[in-house]
Design a protein around this ligand. Structure first.
Ligand code: GLU
Length: 491
């Protein structure tokens, strides 16, 4: 069998949608699993939708996610470059190639020039709507002899080129996820292949490129399923062997609607700034529409490559469940090394105004302990400022109920006095000292157990729940602890 080659072919119209990232991921996993090649091609034939910077954003998003490709478009020293034997990989650089194949179709009678004006097409569509028909080109220019059409083109008449589909013919194909599919040509439009601006449409370009780039498997979103018969017909018209099709179920929200910008986050950038780790997002996304045979849910990229197959991709839409994503992401926040999480966390703390770059450089160890202390209950890095707020606050908010229960009594006053007295004896709190601190207070006051720990915890953190007290003592340090003890004594 020839080498497996797949491609991800986004249009540079803005950001990378989370559904697009999953398509790229499945392409990547399939290529890796089968020792094949993965190509990144840019489909920019619709120049009206081109967005400046979108190609760079796509490449950076894939890179962040850890999805590597072998050929296509890359960024090197800040510039877009191409690598591979099948270039150019940007469609707008391939216009002469498409023109050649459009001419071949015209020559063979599989395509025709169409001179219909926008107004005429509009009127036809209106009439069809009134009659309750599916709007479709009515074939007005189908039978203009090629010679006549060429003369009109030479005379400068505005035109497009359309696919000439035979009437009433069943087109069959097999999809690895959806099974056997048959569509009759009567239900398909005579698709425009070449637009009046000289650019091919997506349908023309995608078939020519997939063929010339040796693509063996077309793995894409199911929104392209209705277009596939047109593509199949083109392969047949050219006499090319058609590739294998794999249409992936749409990523849906819990209401079973398409994920849209209006209903929350959809771009890879959104998730990245929310503090999702690439490992967490990619791991979870793989499970939206696919599951491994052993139903394992925490999977590294290598684990996924080992297990991936299209047989286990579901036909029905994959539901994007944010709670599940949070759970998976939380796993990675806890399991990665504290140094790594700490480095990723710093920008969130700087942004929240808790620390600055100078502080970061001088307090690496302290920061590592801070992150390690609070990461247990976290799902995303953006939750961090809220989690560490109690450490940095000058004036701690104490939960009313906790205050009434644990601090409004003589016992608490005795503890606060003892804490102050002990701390006056030292310069600073290190980890060793923090570990023995509560024993010191117990020795000085004779108070122990819940009566010792709860008032201290509430006075220092504002709450009865919270992280390891030893770490909290170390993180707060001498001056903050004294000022919190004073706040209780003077209340
Ligand atoms: N350019 C299309 C898109 O933006 C790619 C469709 C395909 O993979 O054939 O989704």
């Amino acid at each position: 069998m020839s080498e497996i080659r797949v491609r991800f072919a986004p249009s540079p119209t803005g950001y990378l949608h989370i559904g697009g990232l999953r398509t790229a991921l499945y392409n990547y996993l399939f290529a890796k699993r089968n020792g094949g090649k993965f190509v990144l091609r840019i489909e920019d034939t619709d120049q009206t939708r081109f967005v400046e910077g979108a190609i760079e954003n796509l490449i950076h998003s894939l890179e962040w996610a850890g999805i590597k490709y072998d050929e296509g478009v890359f960024i090197e020293d800040g510039h877009i470059v191409e690598r591979g034997e099948y270039g150019p990989y940007v469609q707008s650089k391939r216009l002469p190639i498409y023109r050649k194949y459009v001419d071949e179709l015209l020559e063979k009678g599989h395509a025709y020039y169409c001179f219909c004006s926008k107004d005429r097409l509009e009127a036809v569509r209106e009439e069809q709507k009134i009659k309750g028909m599916v709007p479709k080109y009515d074939g007005f220019c189908r039978n203009i002899p090629l010679e006549d059409a060429r003369k009109r083109v030479a005379a400068g008449e505005e035109h497009v080129v359309r696919l000439k589909l035979p009437y009433n013919r069943d087109i069959h194909f097999h999809d690895l996820v959806r099974g056997d599919i048959t569509i009759n040509t009567n239900d398909i439009d005579d698709q425009v292949l070449l637009k009046s601006d000289g650019y091919p449409t997506y349908h023309m370009a995608v078939v020519v490129d997939d063929q010339l780039m040796g693509i063996t498997h077309i793995v894409r979103g199911e929104e392209w399923l209705p277009s596939t018969p047109k593509h199949i017909y083109l392969y047949e018209a050219f006499g090319w062997e058609k590739p294998t099709y794999v249409h992936l179920p749409t990523v849906l929200n819990k209401e079973r609607k398409k994920l849209s910008k209006r209903h929350g986050d959809v771009s890879v950038d959104d998730f990245r700034t929310k503090g999702y780790l690439p490992e967490g997002l990619v791991n979870y996304l793989a499970l939206v529409g696919w599951s491994p045979e052993d139903n394992e849910e925490i999977l590294s990229m290598e684990d996924m490559v080992e297990r991936f197959s299209f047989e286990r991709v579901s036909k029905t839409g994959g539901i994007f469940d944010k709670d599940k994503l949070d759970w998976v992401n939380g796993h990675y926040i806890r399991s990665k090394s504290v140094e790594e999480i700490s480095a990723l966390s710093v920008p969130y703390l700087v942004e929240a105004g808790f620390i600055d770059d100078v502080f970061v450089n001088e307090n690496e160890e302290w920061l590592n302990i801070l992150i390690d202390t609070v990461r247990e209950g976290m799902s995303t890095l953006s939750e961090l400022p809220e989690k560490v707020d109690f450490i940095f606050k000058d004036k701690l908010q104490i939960e009313e109920e906790a205050y009434a229960e644990h601090l409004e009594n003589e016992n608490a006053k005795v503890l606060m006095q003892a804490i102050k007295a002990e701390l006056e004896k030292i310069d600073m709190i290190d980890m060793e000292y923090a570990k023995g601190f509560m024993k010191l207070i117990q020795g000085a006051t004779g108070i122990k157990g819940k009566n010792l720990f709860m008032p201290v915890r509430v006075a220092l953190t504002g709450s009865v729940h919270g992280p390891e007290l030893v770490n909290v003592l170390y993180l707060l340090g001498k001056d903050r602890i004294i000022s919190r003890a004073d706040a209780i004594l003077n209340r």
